[in-house]
Design a protein around this ligand. Sequence first.
Ligand code: FAD
Length: 525
Amino acid sequence: MNRRRRRNKANGLACDGLRLLTSAATVPDGYNPKEATMNRRSFSKHTLMLGIGTLAGAATGAPQKGGDARADVCEEPARTLPARKFDVVVAGGGTAGVSGAIAAARQGARTALIEAKGYPGGTVTEGGTALHSFFNLWKAFPRVKKRQVVRGIPQQIVERLLKVGGTSGHAQMLKGYDYDSVCTAIDTELYKLVAFEMLAEAGVFICVNTFLAGALTEGGRITAAIAECHAGREAFLAKSFVDCTAYGDLCARAGAEFTEPNDYPVVNSIGVANVNVEKYYEFLKSHDAVGQYAEGIRDGKEGQIVRLSGQTATLPREFSEAAGRIGMDTATTTVHDNYFMFIKLNFKMPVSPTNRDEVAKAELELRKRQVKAVELFRKFVPGCEKAFIARTSPSLNIRRARLIKCDYDISHEDVVGARHFDDDVFAYGFHDMAPRIQIKNGGTYGIPYRALRVAGIENLMATGMMITSDHRAHMSTRNTVCSMGQGQAAGTAAALCAARNCGTRDLPYADLRKALEKGDVYFES
Ligand SMILES: Cc1cc2nc3c(=O)[nH]c(=O)nc-3n(C[C@H](O)[C@H](O)[C@H](O)COP(=O)(O)OP(=O)(O)OC[C@H]3O[C@@H](n4cnc5c(N)ncnc54)[C@H](O)[C@@H]3O)c2cc1C
C-alpha cells in the first residue's frame, strides 16, 4: 500500500494539531484525505460472544525482549455471571461519557457508567486541557458577532469549575490565530473531581476501574455489556447503550461496522511545574515568536496569561530543531502560577492505536521524549531552569482509533457549509484547522441525531472521536466541547428510548428536541 507522507504546513492546525514545532521527520502524518481513505482497514462484523475465547489484542505479538510469546489458541469455557439491570449503560466516562451519563440520569433513567480508569474525564483531563470551543469563530468575519453556541451540561461543568478555581473561564485569544477565538483552560485534577461529583449528584451508578470487555447481542440489539473489575466479570443489562469509550470498544464487541483510519499521531502530553510563565512569554516576545496568547483567570486573578505558544521560525534553531525531532508542540495552557501543561509530543503509530504491542513501544518512546522536552525548556527558556514534570497522562492519548459506521456521516461540506439538519441535537461552531478551513460566515453547523446512531444496531449510539470519517470534518467534530454536546444528546436520547421501550430510530425527534431544550441545549435553526 502506498503510504504517502506529507509535510504539515506551519500554520496548519489549531489547538491540538501539529502546528508549531513538529517536523515532517517526527510527525509524518500531515493531513492527507486520500491516504486516510487508503489506509482504512475494513473489518467484517464480529460479535464477541460471552464465554468464547477471543484472540483480539493477543494476536498482535510484536517481538519484545523475552521472545515472541504467541501460542496457538485456547478456549474459554462459558460461565454464569452476576448481572445488574439498568435502563441506560454508558461505556467510557470521558469527555462525552460524563455528559452522556449525567444527561441520561437526569431524565430519570437508571444509568450505569463503566469507566476503565479510577476517575471520569478522559482525554479532557489527559490530553488537551483547553476546551474548544463554546463559541463560534467570529473574529475572522468583521460583521459576525461572538456568541456562545454550546451550553447545557458542558457549560454547567465550566460553571462548577469556576467556583473551585479550576478554569481560566472562556478566555479570548488576543494574539495570532484569530480562528482559535475562545479557549477554556482547565485544572485537570479539579475537572475529575467536579465530573465525579456531578455524576454522583445526578444519581449515576459509577463504576470506575471497570473495563468494558464484551457485549451480548440478540436480534440486532445489545442486551448486556460485559465488564471486568478487580472483583471479576459482570453483566450490565440495559435497554439503551451509549459507547463513549473513544476506542469504540462497545461498538466493536457488539458487532458494529468500523474501520481504523490511523490518521493521527498519538501523544502523551505533560504538565510542567516550577516555571515562570511571564518569563516564557518574554522569551517568546524577544524572539518575535508569540503564536498563541490568551488572558484569563489564573490563581483567582483575572487578566493573567493562560495560553501561550511559540512559533518555530524565529525561535533559536537548536531549540526548535530538537523539539521537531521529538514531535514537540510548545502550546501551553495553565490556570495556576508556576505551572503549565499541554506540551504535546506527537508520535505516529505504525498500525493503529488498538495494536497493544505497538502501543507498548509508543508508551516507552513517549516517556523518553517527555524527559527530553523538559530538558529543552530548562536549557533554553528563561524561567524554566528548574522546571520538572509534574504530571503525565496515565496512558497514550489518541485522537482517533476506531471509526464507527453510523446512520449518517457528517461531511466536510456539512461543516464548512454551516449545514443544519431536521434532527439537529445541538449547534457547533469551532474548527481546528481554521483559518484554512472556516465555517461559513462564522456560523455554526448542526450535529444530527442520525450521526450518533450506530448502523445496524437498534439500541446503541456512538459519540466523540469515533464518529465522522472525513478527516477535515473530524478536525471539528472530535473537539472536546463538541464531544461533550454529543454526550448530552446521546445520553438524553438513550434515556428517552429506554422510557418508551423503543429503538433509537423510533424515537420521535420532537420529543428529543424538547428534552434537549429543557436541558439548556442551544439550537440555531
Ligand atoms: C493530545 C491531544 C490534545 C487535544 N487538544 C485538544 C484541545 O486543546 N481542545 C479540544 O477541544 N480538543 C482537543 N483534543 C481532542 C479532544 O480532547 C478529544 O477528541 C475528545 O476529548 C474525545 O472525547 P471522547 O469522549 O471521544 O474520548 P475520551 O475523552 O478519551 O473518553 C473515553 C473514555 O473511555 C474510557 N475507556 C476507553 N476504553 C474503555 C473500556 N473498554 N472500558 C471502559 N472505559 C473505557 C477512557 O478511559 C476514557 O475515559 C485533543 C486530543 C488529544 C489527544
